[in-house]
Design a protein around this ligand. Structure first.
Ligand code: ATP
Ligand code: MG
Length: 565
């Protein structure tokens, strides 16, 4: 059973306190993605945390698109985000767009101007940065700092009406250029951008900055606990300043937790977008991507992802989670659910010379020995079968128990066979094995006598169905350091580019494609059906590449792992 209770953590403790003290009767959390890319497993952490906390305390959760940067955002991303949240198993109580609050944000900015708390500044982005000071040195006041309220109101109105080009003017909060917190040194709160917005079209040519917009969005919705990642900790004083000075009725509390980082994984929409744009992968939902859509296509289940996220928990300190931990949870989830069957991914033909030509018998095979309720299926056996190329060696090392000339092995669910002859082509490649079977050794019958050490899997040739298998390795070879700084608008404003270094660490062997065979009873498998192929691991039917003629299977995970919880 899935345990939905959030394990004890500092955020939960704050909520319990706030409910007990009567500060809040009901909590309201939110998941606030910027629609500038597809969601990744890190977002899943935030989704699960916010929804689970609200569920546990009978509160509510909104999904709000933080769409304040028109240049990078798109409805394609909005749709994918909705799909991913629902697929993870959550239903939002309210679905909102920050852009729906643009008028409100504008009016609050006018209020700030009237209170003498904001001014229109004409310094360039560079000049603003240069006069911002450093941790040891205070910033310099802008020459526009002391404009009259009237002049500021007039200029801000004209900014809105489109009189000025991009970058010519900004609106800045008037706080403290000597503050030890750089975020409080008269931050820019509005900028000019003559760009069409996916939701508001050309209605606006000024857009609010994240640090100004986000607290207002939270307050407008009545969010009680605004949970975000650690890099916003230094921004909290500004968050609180905006709520206070904009005289918002509701005062949400910002709480920060450590973001999810994983080995062999880049975890940033900007970097993931680069992988897509550079054609390193075949889209946001490429099964190698750590996106929710990629993991879904690979075959991960919502149950496994929720269990993983709950297990890693929430902390105040950054750490890196072993990607194998996610694999552990999908194995756990599929162990009893996925039917077990046999597939040959690198076929080698075997002729069973003492089996009557034209005869076919149907043998019993358990669908999941660990879950007998899944029943038994019939699989054909005849004179010609496929085995795995890797299960044969002409000249084996000691302790090799699979097929080699003169050796006998057990065919899973069938008989013992003994290899008598090896057929090769002109290049010396093995093309076929000639074996004999022992009719006394039928699986499921009570025979005593000889034992064999090796059991191999196989598929009967005449009834076998062709299939493609895609095996994956990590896409990224080295652990990548994630920049611990807010991304998005901030990055646009300061001109920080995307560090493309990780592109040098792409694993050239991240995808291996093989053509083989599956059992006939697998005819008609549907995209997203999941199976355990004997000895190979868990596979998922690919939703894009599968055709009526040939299913394509993505390996989700192999069976074994050294990983221990
Ligand atoms: P990215 O850097 O991938 O673009 P982001 O934080 O800019 O991520 P948003 O769309 O702004 O992406 O994030 C939506 C929510 O998801 C935010 O509350 C953010 O804190 C959270 N989030 C994003 N990445 C992670 C992560 N790796 N671990 C936990 N939460 C995350
Ligand atoms: Mg962002």
């Amino acid at each position: 059973m899935e345990n939905k209770q959030v394990s004890s953590n500092f955020i939960k403790n704050i909520i319990i306190e706030d409910l007990e003290s009567g500060k809040h009767k009901k909590i309201l959390t939110r998941f606030p993605p910027e629609p500038n890319g597809y969601l990744h497993i890190g977002h899943a952490k935030s989704i699960v945390l916010n929804f689970d906390l609200a569920d546990e305390f009978k509160g509510l959760t909104n999904v709000r698109f933080d769409d304040t940067n028109p240049v990078k955002e798109d409805t394609e991303y909005v749709e994918s985000i909705k799909e991913d949240v629902e697929w993870l198993g959550y239903k939002w109580d309210g679905l909102y767009f920050a852009s729906d609050y643009f008028e409100e944000m504008y009016n609050r900015a006018v209020l700030l101007i009237k209170k003498g708390k904001a001014y229109v500044c004409e310094l360039s982005a560079n000049e603003i940065r240069e006069t911002r000071g450093t941790l040891n040195r205070p910033g310099q006041e802008s020459p526009y700092h002391s404009r009259s309220v009237e002049e500021n109101l007039d200029l801000f109105t004209r900014m809105r009406s489109g009189e000025f080009p991009d970058g010519e003017k900004v609106l800045r909060a008037k706080i403290d250029m000597a503050s030890p917190n750089l975020n409080m040194r008269d931050p820019v709160i509005y900028r000019i951008a003559h760009a069409s917005h996916h939701n508001t079209g050309d209605k606006w040519c000024i857009y609010p900055m994240y640090d100004y917009a986000h607290p207002i969005e939270d307050a407008v919705e009545g969010i009680t606990h605004s949970i975000c990642t650690l890099e916003f900790e230094d921004h909290r004083p500004l968050y609180d300043w905006v709520i206070r000075e904009c005289e918002m009725e509701c005062q949400p509390r910002q709480i920060e937790f450590a973001r999810l980082n994983m080995t062999n994984t880049v975890m940033s929409k900007r970097k993931l977008k680069l992988l897509v744009d550079e054609g390193v992968v075949d889209g946001w939902d490429d099964p190698r991507m750590p996106t929710i859509s990629g993991l879904r296509r690979r075959g991960y289940t919502p149950e496994a992802m929720r269990s993983f996220v709950r297990e890693i928990g929430v902390a105040k300190g950054n750490s890196i989670v072993d990607a194998q931990m996610l694999e552990h949870f999908v194995r756990e989830d599929l162990k009893l659910k996925a039917p077990r069957t046999m597939a040959v991914i690198k076929p080698l033909k075997v002729i069973i010379t003492n089996y009557p030509e034209g005869q076919v018998e149907w043998l019993d095979a358990e669908n999941n020995p660990e879950n007998p309720a899944m029943g038994v299926r019939k699989i054909p056996f005849s004179r010609e079968i496929y085995v795995e190329q890797d299960d044969f060696m002409e000249d084996p090392p000691p302790k090799y128990f699979r097929l080699f000339p003169g050796n006998e092995v057990r065919l899973k669910n069938a008989y013992f066979i003994k290899c008598n002859e090896v057929i090769k082509d002109e290049q010396g490649q093995v093309t076929e094995l000639r074996c004999t079977y022992d009719p006394e050794t039928k699986s499921g019958t009570d025979f005593t006598g000889r034992k064999v050490k090796g059991t191999i899997h196989w598929v009967e040739a005449a009834h076998a169905l062709p299939a493609e298998f895609r095996l994956y390795e990590p896409l990224i070879l080295d652990e990548q350091e994630e920049a611990d700084e807010p991304e998005g608008e901030e990055a646009v404003e300061t001109g920080t580019g995307t560090s493309a270094d990780f592109l040098d660490h792409i694993n050239p062997n991240s995808l291996e494609i093989l053509q083989g065979f599956i059992e006939p009873n697998m005819a008609g498998v549907k995209p997203q059906d999941k199976f355990q192929f004997f000895r190979y691991g868990y596979f998922n039917v690919d939703v894009r590449l599968t055709s009526p003629e040939k299913p394509v299977f993505n390996r989700i995970v192999s069976l074994k792992s050294s990983f221990k919880l």
